[in-house]
Ligand binder design. Structure first.
Ligand SMILES: Cc1cc2nc3c(=O)[nH]c(=O)nc-3n(C[C@H](O)[C@H](O)[C@H](O)COP(=O)(O)OP(=O)(O)OC[C@H]3O[C@@H](n4cnc5c(N)ncnc54)[C@H](O)[C@@H]3O)c2cc1C
Length: 332
């Protein structure tokens, strides 16, 4: 590992000032950052540890407008267990946290770190491979290589997938995020944006996994107050029972009035370089009563336009089954 300076800030202002310097990275629990540093994929001059700011940045609680504010440093275990997130409307978010990795990981991993984690693509995560996304080579090696865990949808010159469980679940709930950044007079005014803006619109090889500027720190995620009758769920496929990433994932949110679906959102995970909202598929649910024939139609629409690679065509039937599972679960 290359030597680096380690900053332990006493305040958010101190953290933002340190984070503004060149070749600096911030860390939450460091599960992803430290792994990548050990493998020499990241060689920062300075690491800013945000964990000392847990008192200010890890809380979960209601906001004045009924939204729930989730501090960026809240752990996945807190997400799963916190009473402010106990509502049925937020069941998908709890589930997406509860089935991530292992209890050991969930007790440490932070919400912001989960959303901002680097792709698991084995080519970019191996220094030896001359991969385009890693700025080490001219092409995406997964396109013609071992691409069993890679994209089937919405990829361009790089077939990586976005690995976060929380991202599809939070997008389906219409979440927002707040960031701060250092300015000439200390902290600039915090910025609050739709969570969808955290992910690049054109996820090409040269784009990062997220759209944060250098030195920008996520301080919180906000889940808006859900309408009466709202419910959500998250389902995923994976090869192992635990300690594994998803091969396909689906987060859904529906609003039910009596037995009829009056609004719906559907987001796919683990099949594209960014979490993928599928509004055309979700729209098919509106005005309908839940039934399997409808869910099959929605699952087909969710994967419309998919182009599997040489080793991952299995993601289409499996992914569609996961969409149906999520829809059955959310409407049962
Ligand atoms: C065995 C194993 C299995 C796993 N399985 C899954 C899985 O199934 N699904 C899943 O979603 N995840 C999975 N993970 C990933 C895990 O959830 C993430 O690595 C973890 O959430 C990262 O959180 P962290 O706090 O350690 O982030 P860090 O490693 O500290 O940071 C990750 C990234 O986020 C940035 N960052 C962190 N906090 C902030 C902030 N507040 N503002 C700006 N930038 C920030 C860092 O600079 C870095 O780029 C697994 C991990 C392991 C080890």
């Amino acid at each position: 590992m290359k030597p680096f300076t380690y900053v332990v800030p006493n305040s958010l202002a101190e953290a933002a000032e340190a984070a503004a310097a060149a070749e600096t990275i911030v860390k939450g629990a460091g599960l992803d950052v430290i792994d990548r540093m050990k493998e020499r994929l990241l060689t920062p001059a300075t690491v800013v540890n945000l964990l000392p700011l847990k008192d200010a940045m890890a809380g979960i609680g209601a906001e004045a407008d009924g939204a729930v504010r989730i501090g960026a440093l809240a752990t996945l275990t807190q997400l799963e267990q916190h009473p402010a997130l106990a509502d049925r409307a937020l069941a998908g978010l709890r589930e997406s946290a509860a089935i991530t990795a292992t209890p050991l990981v969930r007790n440490r991993a932070t919400v912001a770190g989960n959303l901002l984690q680097f792709t698991r693509c084995w080519y970019v995560r191996s220094e030896a491979h001359k991969c385009l996304h890693g700025r080490r080579g001219p092409i995406c090696l997964a396109m013609n290589g071992d691409n069993r865990y890679h994209s089937v949808l919405g990829y361009l010159d790089c077939a990586r997938v976005h690995p976060s469980n929380l991202a599809p679940a939070l997008l389906a709930l219409g979440a927002e995020y707040t960031t701060v950044q250092n300015g000439p007079d200390g902290l600039k005014q915090p910025k609050r944006r739709a969570l969808a803006e955290l992910f690049p619109e054109q996820p090409v090889a040269e784009a990062n996994e997220h759209t944060l500027q250098d030195g920008e720190i996520v301080t919180a995620i906000h889940v808006p107050k859900q309408p009466a009758g709202a419910r959500s769920w998250y389902a995923e496929s994976r090869e192992k029972q635990s300690f594994d990433w998803a091969t396909t994932a689906c987060a859904v949110r529906v609003v039910m009035d009596g037995g009829t679906i009056t609004a719906a959102d559907l987001v796919l995970g683990a099949v594209s370089p960014v979490p993928r909202p599928r509004p055309d598929a979700a729209r098919l649910l509106v005005g309908e009563k839940p039934n399997d024939a409808l869910f099959q139609k929605v699952a087909e629409a969710a994967f419309a336009g998919a182009i599997p690679l040489s080793h991952n065509a299995y993601k289409l039937p499996v992914g569609k089954a996961i969409v149906r599972e999520a829809l059955h679960k959310v409407t049962e």
